[in-house]
Design a protein around this ligand. Structure first.
Ligand SMILES: C[S@@+](CC[C@H](N)C(=O)[O-])C[C@H]1O[C@@H](n2cnc3c(N)ncnc32)[C@H](O)[C@@H]1O
Length: 343
């Protein structure tokens, strides 16, 4: 859609960099925010260079800013690929590179909600180990106890990309004393696994001190198996965009189509079926996945319910259906997820 000429004129009056950014930023306010981020990034970069004894002139500084504004606004390069990173969760700095999908705000939002829900409500986090030991002794093989007695809570993040969700769960889930958290991220793209490992190294301070470990594995989820009782929850943001939506500018922007990897976006129900199959085979009690829309949600909820799971959808703060939440009804420890379901 063409921008109103009054906005374009206002942007040019304020600065040429702002006007360059406008085609992608779409509003003066967003263009100002992007210009501020670009300027801060260039300042930091130039300070680093100056610190290494390199000469940096004012015109180098201005040229660099103009070039980035041009690439962003006129060529449509996503800001995260230009600046190289995206803040995520409370303190994570997720490095971004061409060839790997940029983490989205809606993924971050549901990831935080689920991780915080687990930490507040799941017996592993709310029950002290001494209580568990006592209960185990009293109850023998009671299900509740067998779920909570384990000292490691394990999360499997399928289709991990930059590793943003895996690292978010590692950051948010802090195990009580004498227990620990293990998070494994899986992706079939080697570029993604390389980047996820870099992101783990950069962000280790956010979780290592709590005894949490994170592992990234290169594998295709259609040829990947898990053992029974290996994981407590599967989380995933799989490729879910249909061909029709991928090629429609209404759903997928030119910038996304041009710069982000197609294999990270194009997909559908086959991914959810595979994820549910893995959950079934591995006796995983809970699954949370990002989804495309209401129609896709209904299809997957129906499959879960047919399988004897409890399931429903959760919207994001923009009111868009964003995730499917499912758990095995016969197990305790997960029924609190009901509170999150609003669709
Ligand atoms: C929508 S992106 C999500 C990335 C990341 N979890 C996020 O939320 O930003 C989907 C990811 O699935 C990966 N992928 C696609 N097909 C796959 C497969 N068969 N097995 C494993 N990973 C796959 C892609 O490489 C991509 O990184």
């Amino acid at each position: 859609m063409r921008l109103p000429p009054t906005i374009v004129t206002r942007a040019w009056r304020e600065s040429s960099n702002l006007a360059q950014l406008l085609p992608e930023a779409r509003t003066i306010a967003s263009a100002r925010t992007e210009l501020r981020w670009i300027t801060e990034y260039v300042e930091e970069n130039m300070t680093d260079q100056a610190g290494k004894g390199m000469k940096v002139s004012d015109s180098d500084f201005q040229d660099k800013i103009s070039r980035l504004c041009y690439l962003r606004g006129q060529k449509g390069v996503p800001l995260q690929y230009l600046l190289g990173s995206q803040p995520f969760g409370d303190s994570l700095d997720i490095k971004c590179r061409r060839g790997v999908l940029i983490p989205r705000w809606d993924t971050e939002e549901w990831g935080i909600k689920i991780a915080q829900g687990i930490r507040r409500n799941h017996p592993f986090f709310t029950t002290a180990q001494s209580d568990v030991d006592e209960l185990t002794e009293e109850a023998g093989t009671d299900t509740y106890v067998s779920e909570t007695e384990t000292r490691t809570f394990k999360v499997l993040d399928l289709c991990t990309g930059t590793g943003c969700l895996a690292l978010l769960f590692a950051e948010q889930l802090r195990a009580p004393m004498a227990k620990s958290v293990y998070v494994e991220g899986v992706d079939s793209s080697l570029a993604a696994i390389d980047l996820a490992r870099l992101n783990r190294a950069i962000n280790a301070r956010a979780f290592e001190k709590y005894g949490t470990s994170v592992v990234f594995t290169g594998a295709d989820i259609f040829y990947f198996d898990i053992a029974s009782d290996q994981f407590d929850i599967i989380i995933a943001n799989p490729p879910y965009v249909s061909e029709e939506h991928y090629y429609s500018p209404q759903y997928t922007t030119r910038s996304v189509r041009r710069f982000e990897p197609k294999q990270a976006l194009l997909g559908g129900i086959e991914f959810y079926r595979r994820i549910l199959q893995l959950a079934r085979e591995g006796a995983v009690p809970a699954v949370v996945c990002e989804i495309a829309d209401q129609e896709q949600l209904q299809d997957i909820v129906d499959e879960c319910v047919d399988d004897g799971w409890a399931a429903g959808g959760m919207s994001d703060s923009a009111g868009v259906v964003r995730t499917i939440i499912a758990w095995r009804k016969e197990l305790s420890g997960w029924s609190w997820m009901k509170q999150l379901i609003d669709v």
